[in-house]
Design a protein around this ligand. Structure first.
Ligand SMILES: Cc1cc2nc3c(=O)[nH]c(=O)nc-3n(C[C@H](O)[C@H](O)[C@H](O)COP(=O)(O)OP(=O)(O)OC[C@H]3O[C@@H](n4cnc5c(N)ncnc54)[C@H](O)[C@@H]3O)c2cc1C
Length: 641
């Protein structure tokens, strides 16, 4: 690994509370009549991309929006269940912008940029206003005010929700805002298109090559700036709570064109998922964190206790989160809850047929609040659990276990959400910003919508106002070269004609990632992963079989293209894990833990963002570093006790 350069996050000067306001004033504006001269490509129409496309179009920019699904409404964001944070302090329980900022910084284990997180907390309240104005049906109290519930890592109730379908309702809001502009002819939506290359002209991001997933055609799209809002890369583990189509390819194409990939090792493993039940699964199902408001997590005190939960008396149960963390109890952050579940299972106290599960029990809540109240709060989640497990969680405790859920790493962006490639902006889960080493629950929706509704509409204009652009169109040789590269890769994959499917390779990669780059990581295992992943990649390029043709719908080809990228990204994740010799948040290096098994940071050596720079397929990437400065919060050992 070569040591890299120091990079600058371009955080504006001034007091934390004034930075964004002042920066908005200092930034260059584009006059309304000139905005319509600029075209912007938005790749991704989830909450981040959808909100960005709608807002930029309302401002007057021409927008082309792309997604792989047959409708923007099917973006993975639709799966978000539990809620979205904001510091409105409606429950009057002591919340404030500062507290939301502080909880998010602390929750991320002091590995995020103060200024970005403060801005996020600051604009969060406006997101709620925006969504209410759009008609998003947030849950309300009897008197009509919006309801709040609690999520992990906070002692206040600040999560706005629409039953267990918050993502769906928010996405319908963003989608409606976008479609209004589509009908006015201001946004052009390209569905069933997959970005397969980024096009750069004179060092600036100017366009993309897409594969039409229905006809197989490679298409050229030109613009003045490119925004990637293409989601996270949790599917590198094969099994995750992400949608099957979630992928890292757009971000990876940008990385290979020079965009830095930041903190790829920061993966969130969510504690409350339906446990793996065999090797036939291709997807795992989340049970929202909101359930930990009322559900109590426990295991039998005795190792290997195979009795039914109803047969285990109170005194023989260990409500271990409540015991170890009396202040936060069942609402400790996800990384803490996940690690503790693993410790119980490793100690032989796991439940269910595999022993890789713990109970989430609602008996006390039902006794206290009644069946109807619990049903009103979580009914759709309980139904989903019953459909999958054939057990009724109103009567029998849920069995849950951690699973890969979210990726805090992503393309590096500065304070303006621009990558190190001029004109390439990255929003939502696809960027690395704001969540540090561990994202708090209900904060991803907040970040995606903050980026799309409130940040990019301000910072994009400043880019246009301060950069000149080479006049060009799709006739430029950069398009011919990028199309040829995509075509060559597709042909190469089709012509291997081996014996194993892309899914088989993906599954094998997932097992390596889960074992060596999963919940607990150590030097020996990571070095093992760094041998196994390149070997698997070699096998992939020798023995892959892609059936079907290139000129029509070919799901096998789509998968192969994505798995090829995951096989490279997986290696970078292992490399980043190995280089970060400390534990922080979701990145748990077994060599670096406190006597109570908590993540132990090494602030002297690792208070920075690692931003990896691609140097060629045969060369090790460079690890550049952005130092993180904490001027407003004191770095402490996180404690939820
Ligand atoms: C089950 C589940 C529940 C969750 N619940 C919550 C919650 O309650 N609260 C919370 O805050 N967070 C939650 N999260 C996290 C949150 O849902 C995501 O982080 C967030 O929705 C990501 O939004 P996004 O817009 O960044 O990306 P996505 O919604 O993933 O959208 C990605 C978009 O990019 C497009 N795309 C991808 N690749 C390409 C390509 N190569 N070419 C063209 N288009 C492409 C896709 O078509 C899609 O439109 C949950 C996550 C899961 C998995």
């Amino acid at each position: 690994m070569s040591e890299g350069k120091k990079i600058d996050g371009k955080v504006p000067a001034g007091a934390l509370e004034k930075k964004w306001e002042q920066h908005k004033f200092n930034m260059k504006l584009v006059n309304p009549a000139n905005k319509r001269k600029y075209k912007v490509i938005v790749v991704g129409t989830g909450l981040a991309g959808g909100s960005a496309a709608a807002s930029l179009s309302e401002l007057g920019y021409q927008v082309d929006a792309f997604c792989i699904q047959d409708s923007p409404r099917r973006a993975h964001s639709i799966a978000a269940q539990g809620g979205i944070n904001a510091a409105k302090n409606y429950p009057n329980d002591g919340d404030s912008v500062w507290r939301l900022f502080y909880d998010t910084i602390k929750g991320g284990d002091y590995r995020s940029r103060e200024a970005n997180v403060y801005r996020l907390a600051e604009v969060a309240n406006s997101i709620i206003d925006q969504c209410v104005a759009q008609g998003v049906p947030f849950a309300r109290e009897y008197g009509g005010t919006l309801s709040n519930r609690s999520f992990g890592g906070a002692q206040v109730s600040r999560t706005f929700y629409a039953r267990g379908q918050t993502g769906q309702q928010l996405l319908l809001g963003a989608y409606s805002a976008m479609m209004k502009q589509v009908h006015k002819g201001k946004i052009k939506v390209y569905t069933r298109r997959e970005m397969v290359e980024l096009v750069m002209i004179d060092g600036q991001a100017r366009g993309i090559i897409t594969r039409n997933l229905v006809t197989g055609e490679l298409e050229k799209h030109h613009a003045d700036a490119v925004i990637l809002a293409t989601g996270g890369y949790g599917n590198a583990y094969y099994l995750s709570t992400n949608a099957m189509g979630s992928n890292a390819s757009a971000a990876w194409r940008a990385y290979k064109k020079g965009a830095y990939f930041a903190n790829p090792c920061y993966t969130q493993i969510h504690p409350t998922c339906i446990p793996v039940s065999g090797d036939h699964q291709s997807k795992l199902t989340l049970m929202s964190e909101s359930l930990r408001n009322d559900g109590r997590v426990w295991v039998p005190k005795k190792k290997g206790d195979k009795r039914k939960p109803s047969e285990i008396p109170e005194g023989e149960r260990d409500y271990y989160l409540e015991r170890i963390y009396p202040s936060f109890g069942n609402l400790v952050p996800r990384d803490v809850a996940s690690r503790n579940a693993k410790l119980q299972a490793d100690d032989g106290k796991g439940v269910g047929s595999t022993g890789m599960a713990v109970y989430l029990d609602f008996a006390d809540a039902i006794k206290r609040d009644g069946y109807e109240t619990i049903k009103a709060k979580y009914g759709n989640l309980f139904d989903m659990y019953e459909r999958i497990t054939d057990e009724n969680p109103y009567d029998i405790p849920m069995r849950i276990y951690p699973a890969v859920h979210y990726t805090m790493g992503g393309l590096w962006v500065d304070y303006n959400l621009m990558s190190n490639i001029p004109g390439l902006f990255v929003l939502g889960e696809a960027n690395f910003s704001d969540h540090g080493a561990n994202r708090l629950g209900a904060s991803a929706l907040m970040q995606g919508l903050a980026d799309g509704y409130f940040v990019i509409p301000n910072t994009l204009g400043n880019y246009f106002g301060t950069h000149s652009l080479t006049p060009a169109d799709t006739q430029h040789s950069a398009y011919t070269e990028a199309t040829a590269a995509a075509e060559q890769k597709i042909n190469q994959l089709m012509n291997i004609k081996g014996t194993k499917s892309a899914d088989q390779f993906h599954k094998e990669l997932g097992l390596i990632m889960w074992e060596f780059v999963g919940m607990g990581r150590n030097e020996k295992g990571l070095n093992e992963a760094l041998k196994k992943i390149p070997a698997l990649r070699k096998d992939f390029w020798k023995n892959l079989r892609v059936t079907g043709e290139t000129d029509n719908i070919n799901i096998e080809l789509e998968k192969a293209l994505r798995v090829a990228d995951f096989l490279e990204l997986g290696e970078l994740m292992a490399r980043d894990s190995l280089a970060r010799k400390e534990s922080c948040g979701g990145h748990f290096r077994e060599e670096s833990q406190t006597p109570e098994n908590e993540a132990k940071r090494d602030d002297d050596n690792f208070t920075h963002v690692a931003a990896w720079e691609y140097c060629g397929d045969d060369k090790a990437p460079i690890r550049n570093v952005e130092e993180l400065k904490f001027e407003n919060v004191k770095l402490t050992q996180r404690s939820y006790k």
